[in-house]
Design a protein around this ligand. Structure first.
Ligand SMILES: Nc1ncnc2c1ncn2[C@@H]1O[C@H](COP(=O)(O)OP(=O)(O)OP(=O)(O)O)[C@@H](O)[C@H]1O
Length: 636
């Protein structure tokens, strides 16, 4: 379908005045014999059992059911968030769903409000508009779109508040607002009222109903809504034990149950009652309910009471739709890779500068470590009686570069991945622009802090003040810092914070030990296995590079203090030989470090891609991992 952008008239409902948004086709969603199972290594567990149903555009649909019934799973499968393990047919407008095309048309708002921190509502909305609408609209029109959505979701008062300071309800509304920016025809929401009080839930649901009235298919999974909230829904789909226990209007619930000889007490909330009945609190009636609605096939209750309520979708003035066909949609992003890159760099830079506390902490940390290292190795650069200690200084620099850059990544990146996952799934941007923006935005800070540390320690420890040696030393330190940062990204791109913090040291300690393996051996050869293992340690190349920068030829003999009778390591060449680094070339080390930086970044990119959309090999590895985990936990 050609996406045309025309100003839309205000709807006759006078509620959803959205101008300039791309017109989209209405999307009716239906599914037949939908099953979903998970394998836990030993056996597979059937979670959804042959469900059928239809969710129409212009309607607000609730998926209800007892806890553990399969509501979120159904939503995940319909949204395409979970694909493996699903069987059956999912159709859009009567035709088999094409997942890639469907993802472009649908948005999934997850239970947790994963919002970019330190960005105001207005900024977040404008950035979302830049990413999702590209250059099809000029700045002024994008501002109009943003203002209208902010008004629609009543976020005007919080316009200049940063996302972490928003209330629970405002966060939820911002999550919804961000996904409405390019007018998606289908919106899925997992538990949109969780954590909200009754008033906030009511506001949220009536806003969603307005969104639906704009012609979108809005589907939410919900726990037990109050009777007032329940009546807001146009369509209710009850799931119990992975089967459909009711499908129809909210008004149809009571007569449906009455027909099955399950009269709802007049003072009772019908939503609570149908959930209690389906969960077996009044005996086992689930089979009868499932049979009465033919596991979701029966349409008898679909329009029940709609004439009375005058709220059927037939009454709607759905102006934001046109008659396009979905299948001819292009799968491209609305904005170019470069546009995505520049918006993301701007967003990341803004977040970095606003995070003053973190910047101050990082600044303080580098100064603190610089002072400690400087004091420990004070004036040892020219002192022939302390040459061995000066070697220790070079090693300390490698360690400082390793831990000061890797640890923040291990701590912060796993949460960032969750955010990327949401935005990537909802097609805000591609991974390449994101990854490039991440590298561009974080590298200057890494270089700045490495320099801050070196400005303290280099002169304090009296290393040679020759410009060439300084540049060589600084370059190696920066490369070690950048590799450590990328290695942190490799580790944390697939692991949780806890696991990352565990795996980080587990990976780096052997690399650290290997970097000093064979030191002091002089010319004695070390076994090939250890040589090969040592070749994998970037810290080894870092250490060699620093030694070459400081002691590489031409360097005069060191000064032996008067009070010391004999300085064994006065001759630099002799010292380097004793350390087993006689044949070391600075340029080879530099080249290998550059290669390793490239390799770690490629690995980080690959793993992040697999985390966001895993290929078969990666999924197989995950299943094998789960299998091993089950075996291990089963054997205890
Ligand atoms: N990956 C999985 N492995 C094993 N069991 C799973 C997995 N995912 C879901 N389940 C099980 O499937 C059932 C349905 O889960 P789901 O999250 O869809 O329920 P729900 O209806 O949304 O529940 P709640 O209202 O409590 O959030 C639960 O019993 C859950 O334990």
């Amino acid at each position: 379908m050609e996406t045309t952008i025309t100003p839309l008239r205000a709807t006759s409902l006078g509620r959803a005045h959205l101008s300039y948004l791309p017109q989209r086709p209405p999307v009716n969603l239906s599914f037949q014999d939908l099953s979903y199972s998970v394998s836990n290594g030993k056996a597979s567990k059937l979670i959804l059992r042959g469900l059928n149903g239809e969710f129409h555009s212009g309607q607000l649909t609730a998926i209800l059911g007892p806890s553990g019934a399969g509501k979120s799973t159904l939503l995940n499968v319909l949204a395409g968030y979970r694909v493996d393990g699903a069987s059956g047919m999912i159709c859009t407008n009567g035709e088999a769903r094409d997942l890639a095309s469907f993802r472009k048309l649908s948005r999934y708002i997850m239970q947790e409000d994963l919002l970019q921190p330190l960005i105001t509502v207005q900024e977040a909305m404008l950035m979302a508009a830049d990413l999702k609408l590209g250059n099809k609209l000029n700045k002024e029109k994008k501002a109009v779109v943003v203002d209208e959505i902010i008004d629609l979701l009543r976020l005007g008062k919080a316009r200049h508040t940063t996302s972490e300071r928003l209330s629970g309800g405002e966060k939820k509304r911002l999550s919804i607002a961000l996904e409405l920016v390019n007018n998606p025809p289908v919106v899925f929401l997992d538990e949109p009222t969780t954590g909200l009080d009754d008033v906030a839930s009511s506001t949220c649901l009536s806003l969603l109903k307005r969104v639906a009235r704009g012609g979108r298919t809005v589907v939410c999974s919900l726990h037990t809504p109050s009777a007032r909230l329940f009546s807001v829904f146009d369509h209710v789909y009850v799931v119990a034990e992975g089967r459909c226990a009711y499908q129809g209007t909210s008004a149809g619930v009571v007569p449906f149950l009455r027909e099955l000889n399950l009269p709802c007490p007049t003072t009772y909330n019908p939503a609570d009652f149908i959930i209690e009945v389906s969960s077996g609190e009044y005996g086992s009636h689930l089979d009868r309910m499932v049979a009465a609605v033919e596991n979701g096939r029966c349409q008898r209750w679909r329009d029940y009471g709609l004439e009375m309520e005058n709220s059927g979708c037939g009454e709607l003035d759905i102006e934001q739709l046109n008659s396009g066909v979905i299948s001819s949609h292009t799968y491209e992003y609305e904005s170019s890779g470069y546009e995505q890159f520049s918006v993301l760099v701007k967003r990341m830079a803004l977040q970095t500068f606003r995070n003053a506390g973190y910047l101050r902490l990082r600044f303080g940390l580098h100064v603190f470590i610089g002072v400690i290292v400087g004091a420990l190795f004070s004036k040892m650069g020219y002192d022939a009686s302390k040459t061995l200690f000066n070697f220790g200084f070079c090693f300390a620099c490698v360690m400082a570069m390793l831990y000061t850059t890797m640890m923040p990544v291990l701590l912060a990146f796993p949460s960032e991945v969750m955010l990327i996952k949401r935005e990537y799934f909802n097609r805000w941007y591609g991974l390449k622009p994101y990854f490039a923006a991440m590298l561009v935005s974080r590298t200057p800070a890494t270089i700045f802090f490495a320099l801050l540390y070196l400005v303290i320690v280099y002169p304090w420890t009296e290393q040679p003040m020759e410009p060439k040696r300084i540049v060589m030393f600084v370059t190696i330190c920066i490369l070690v810092a950048l590799i450590s940062e990328s290695l942190g990204t490799v580790i944390s791109s697939t692991l949780s914070v806890v696991n990352s913090m565990f795996v980080g040291p587990v990976v780096t300690v052997p690399l650290m030990l290997l970097s000093v393996y064979g030191i002091g051996n002089g010319d004695d050869p070390i076994p090939i296995v250890w040589r090969l293992a040592r070749a994998c340690s970037y810290m080894r190349y870092g250490l060699e590079g620093l030694i070459a920068a400081v002691y590489g030829p031409p360097r005069a003999n060191l000064i032996c203090p008067d009070e010391v009778a004999y300085c064994e390591n006065r001759n630099v060449k002799h010292f380097v030989k004793t350390m087993g680094m006689a044949g070391v070339s600075y340029w080879v080390d530099l080249g290998v470090l550059c290669g390793m930086l490239l390799a770690t970044n490629l690995a980080a990119y690959y793993l992040l891609r697999q985390r966001l959309s895993p290929n078969y090999a990666f999924r197989a590895v995950k299943v094998i991992g789960q299998f091993i985990k089950t075996k291990i936990s089963g054997s205890h």
